[in-house]
Design a protein. Structure first.
Length: 434
């Protein structure tokens, strides 16, 4: 029967997206794995693959449509021999295939990997692709015992292959085997002037209205939430950079033949990653009812792009060489500016770095990116008079940094210890190579 193709959730937090482009047209044949559309999330544009074979019978959502909710039907896929007359039945039939929504109360110590399957009632119609049916028949499997992972619980090729590989003889759990009712907390917003009232304030003045895209909406929502719910406190230090700048020049001269050029930011990433290992209790994130203490140093770095920013994450940064970090950061930054990062490349991490020094900013306070425990704001290195250990006046290159800390995760003394290690690593750069 005709099957609805649903708006996919391309990341765990995605609730809606923009259907940026259709790669197929009505009447096109598609196979499982074929790219059929490009979906724009709040952070990136990603390719959407077909999970089944068939013919694109009807496109329901035109390309360019914004705010398409996850699981909204966006097209209809026809099986072999079906016609446009079957399209109208797709929505009704597929909805009937979903089990009645039930409220499931999870046990206190439930295994998160455990899946509970809902058996298909005897005699009920099984919704499966022709390819899935053929594979099941060839392997002597009763397709009615297989719960599907396709749209509306439809059994697709991958479900049957998994059943064959695992030797399943009982019902296999699928994402539609039972729905959990999730109560959503009401969003609280401060009351203020409406958009129309604000616009009327500027009547007679020349201005341009700039609609909010998905990225800007997400930035606004997340950072408003961060400032309203995270108890920030701030720790500031000055760092003398002359030893690092000299050491960097020596390394770059040696690495020039390999095409490697280290930046100050590469050293900062490494310094923070090592500091998180030296102060493991600060390598943590806030998880609402608990704190997650991470073992690896996964450091996020803010990258400005047209209309917003990304924070790609360098995983295991403490284990990587400066040249490896430099190459990885350049790659992530380049793909971030093209909005080509995959969700796993900008999600996660426990700590972030925001560097505005290249714009001449000497110091600033960064907003913590939840659920991170802290973020380091980095200013420009400028020449300043300093008092040496023997009391003389000298001139040094000094960089100001501010550590914004989530007090729910990290207390003052612990944050100060973390910042001390960051400063020590940067003022003694050779220790980062040991």
């Amino acid at each position: 029967m005709a099957t609805e193709i649903l708006m996919p959730a391309l990341s765990p937090t995605m609730e809606e997206g923009t259907l940026a482009k259709w790669v197929v047209q009505e009447g096109d044949e598609v196979q499982s794995g074929d790219i059929i559309a490009e979906i724009e999330t709040d952070k990136a544009t990603m390719e959407f693959e077909a999970v089944d074979e068939g013919v694109i019978g009807k496109i329901l959502i035109p390309e360019g449509r914004e705010g398409v909710k996850v699981n909204t039907p966006i097209a209809v896929l026809l099986e072999d021999g079906e016609t446009e007359a079957d399209i109208a039945l797709a929505s009704t039939s597929s909805t009937a295939a979903i089990a009645e929504e039930i409220e499931v109360k999870a046990p206190e110590k439930a295994n998160p990997s455990t899946k509970i399957a809902t058996p298909i009632p005897k005699g009920a119609r099984v919704f499966a692709s022709p390819l899935a049916k053929r594979i099941a028949a060839d392997n002597g499997l009763d397709i009615s015992i297989i719960s599907g992972s396709g749209p509306r619980g439809r059994v697709v090729k991958a479900d049957v292959e998994h059943a064959v590989a695992t030797g399943a003889t009982a019902t296999i759990a699928g994402p539609y085997s039972g729905a959990k009712k999730v109560q959503k907390l009401a969003e609280t917003k401060p009351k203020g002037a409406s958009a129309d009232i604000i616009a009327r304030m500027y009547e007679g003045r020349e201005f341009e209205e700039m609609p909010l895209d998905g990225m800007r909406k997400t930035i606004a929502a997340r950072l408003t939430e961060a400032k309203q719910t995270i108890p920030h406190f701030y720790l500031r230090r000055d760092i003398q950079l002359d030893a690092l700048l000299s050491f960097r020049s020596e390394l770059n001269a040696q690495l020039q033949s390999r095409g490697v050029k280290l930046s100050v930011n590469d050293f900062i990433i490494k310094a923070c990653a090592l500091a998180l290992q030296s102060v493991p209790n600060a390598n943590a994130v806030w998880a609402e009812d608990r704190i997650l203490k991470l073992k690896p140093s996964d450091v996020a770095v803010a990258v400005a792009i047209e209309g917003g920013l990304f924070t790609p994450v360098l995983q295991d940064a403490d284990q990587k060489s400066l040249s490896s970090l430099s190459a990885e950061m350049k790659d992530l930054a380049a793909r971030a500016r093209e909005r080509k990062l995959a969700p796993h490349e900008y999600q996660g991490g426990s700590f972030a770095i925001s560097n505005l020094g290249m714009f001449g900013i000497t110091n600033f306070d960064a907003v913590i990116n939840p659920p991170h425990g802290a973020i380091l704001a980095v200013g420009a290195g400028i020449k300043k008079p300093v008092v040496t250990e023997n009391g003389d006046i000298d001139v040094a290159t000094v960089m100001s940094v501010t550590l914004s800390v989530d007090h729910r995760v990290i207390d003052g003394a612990l944050g100060a210890e973390l910042l001390e290690h960051i400063v020590s690593n940067l003022e003694n750069p050779m220790t980062m190579l040991v």
